[in-house]
Write a protein that binds this ligand. Structure first.
Ligand code: PLP
Length: 379
């Protein structure tokens, strides 16, 4: 029996998503830009997906731009807004624990002459709106903060920060990478206070290769790719209708169950933490107000990659950190205050409502077996 506990890296596509892909491959295979029936059929699939996302976000369908994933959404949001609003204002404020697709985009914007002010967590290891507000000044065009950190589940103070920043200066554009919070943490575009929101299909039981960017009506974003008129010219190129339809179908299926899924995942997490607390040598990063879907722990004295391979032989799948860093530390846990030996032995357990008590129990047994079988490292 497989125990998949790496849902922050990607999720298994749900039945509705798989069905949508099959339908678009076998029937609605036209190009949405074609004027004949086949084109209209594909356009209908796109419209439906857009409506499904808009309903879940509480926005207008016209405010959704489909992309190839959240990496592209983050690039389009940040580079596009910097190009539109950064002629006179040159400062961008961002948290230090963003996903690589935000951090690397910031590095590219710094090369273009933007001044990037990176905000560290406070003494208590958590983020506070006041630290962001202090950094925002007359020269700031953009602020970017993720909703939930992908490595430790930290819930960032997006709503409060964006509210106080907008109150101080409504001209500052607010961007939120909501990939790890969408359909897990309840939010609406209005409550989040973001002008731009990045989303990814494959993190919510859709299929890899489709994402979205919410752009609040009236907010300007310049394109970063050039070509046809698709997605209002902001994402030119023939749309991947099967993957977009799968994204919409997954959102349509998951949105009504947000609360019940959350309760189930919370119960699994509680069981996991209770069991881990009975073990020696386990450091548990159980953050106050963190997302129930991600738990980062350290099996002290055992290197992450060795434990991961040990667990894999028992059909238990998890990660050491961000999927994008391929096992190497992204630096995020260190930024949150983790010591070297904790980072070297970090394990990220990321849940979905598909998980069961059997997955949790198998993991705990696997970790106990690792402690009994593997040689301790000296790091
Ligand atoms: N942002 C966050 C917080 C993520 O966790 C990820 C994926 O790991 C991304 C962005 C990138 O998403 P995608 O794989 O759709 O490009």
């Amino acid at each position: 029996m497989e125990h998949y506990l790496d849902n922050a890296a990607t999720t298994k596509p749900c039945a509705e998503a798989t069905e949508a892909v099959m339908r678009c491959l076998s029937e609605a295979y036209g190009n949405p830009s074609s004027l004949h029936t086949k084109g209209l059929q594909a356009q209908h699939e796109m419209d439906k997906a857009r409506e499904q996302l808009a309903y879940a976000l509480g926005c207008k369908p016209q405010e959704i731009i489909f992309t190839s994933g959240a990496t592209e959404s983050n690039n389009l949001a940040l580079r596009g807004a910097a190009a539109a609003y950064g002629r006179r204002r040159k400062k961008i404020v961002v948290s230090a624990v963003e996903h690589a697709s935000v951090r690397q985009t910031m590095a590219a914007l710094a090369e273009q002459g933007f001044v990037i002010e990176t905000i560290l967590p406070g003494q208590d290891g958590l983020y506070h709106a006041s630290d962001f507000l202090r950094a925002v000044d007359d020269d700031t065009c953009l602020i970017s903060m993720m909703l939930v950190n992908n490595e430790n589940g930290c819930r960032m103070p997006v709503e409060e920060t964006f509210r106080v920043v907008k109150r101080q200066d409504p001209a500052v554009i607010t961007h939120c990478d909501a990939v790890q919070g969408f359909l897990k943490i309840p939010f609406r575009t209005r409550t989040l206070g973001a002008d731009l929101i990045s989303l990814s299909g494959h993190k919510v039981h859709g299929v890899k290769g489709a994402g979205a960017l919410y752009i609040k009506q009236g907010v300007r974003v310049k394109p970063v790719l050039f070509g046809g008129h698709q997605e209002k010219g902001l994402r030119p190129g023939t749309e991947s209708v099967p993957l977009i339809a799968a994204f919409g179908a997954a959102v349509g299926a998951l949105f009504p169950t947000l609360e019940t899924r959350g309760q189930k995942v919370q119960a699994l997490r509680t069981r996991l933490i209770e069991q881990l607390r009975t073990m020696e040598g386990v450091f548990i990063r159980d953050l106050p107000d963190g997302s129930p879907y991600v738990l980062n722990i350290s099996l002290l004295g055992y290197r992450s990659e060795i434990v991961l391979h040990f667990l894999e032989k028992r059909d238990i799948y998890l990660s050491s950190g961000s999927a994008c860093s391929k096992g190497a530390s992204s630096g995020v846990l260190e930024t949150f205050g983790a010591k070297r030996k904790e980072v070297d032995s970090a394990l990220r357990i990321s849940l979905s409502a598909e998980n069961t008590v059997a997955d949790i129990d198998a993991l705990v047994q696997g970790l106990r077996a690792a402690q009994q079988t593997l040689l301790r490292s000296h790091t």
